[in-house]
Design a protein around this ligand. Structure first.
Ligand code: ZN
Length: 150
């Protein structure tokens, strides 16, 4: 196993065992639900946005290790960031796992999230990894209806 694979497993397992910000957030200003029918993952994302800054974030739901760890890492990544920065992070992450042509793949911006780049080789897992991110995008753009990765 390569070092990156080992690190990947370690980080994914750690976030699955102890997901960060896994709680019902009181006083949320934005929320969205996401569902991935291919795997059965579901996530409810709650955000508290004040003055254009993501002051707090929480998520709930159940899913596989990839969806849970990606959601957990995402909440850490966007907390305290401006809405604009959170959206940039979405674009960078989405570009990384889907390997979009000409995508804004900013490794520095992604930080620890780069560990999940390996899922780009498994198209079905990409839906797991991006589920919480699509919910984030839906929450930030104010679409209250549930999103599906389909
Ligand atoms: Zn999944």
């Amino acid at each position: 196993m390569s070092q990156l694979q080992e690190l990947y497993q370690e980080v994914v397992l750690e976030h699955t065992r102890r997901p960060r910000n896994f709680r019902k957030l009181e006083g949320a200003t934005h929320s969205a639900r996401g569902y991935n029918p291919f795997c059965g993952d579901n996530v409810t994302l709650l955000l508290k946005v004040e003055g254009g800054v993501v002051k707090d974030v929480g998520f709930q739901g159940s899913g596989c290790a990839i969806s849970t760890s990606s959601a957990s890492m995402m909440t850490e990544g966007i907390k305290g960031k401006t809405v604009e920065e959170a959206q940039k992070l979405f674009t960078a992450f989405h570009g990384m796992v889907t390997r979009e042509q000409g995508a804004d793949f900013d490794a520095e911006l992604l930080g620890d999230l780069e560990i999940l780049s390996g899922v780009s080789e498994f198209p079905t897992r990409v839906k797991c990894a991006t589920l919480a991110w699509h919910a984030l995008q839906a929450a930030l753009t104010g679409r209250m209806d549930a999103v599906s990765t389909e």
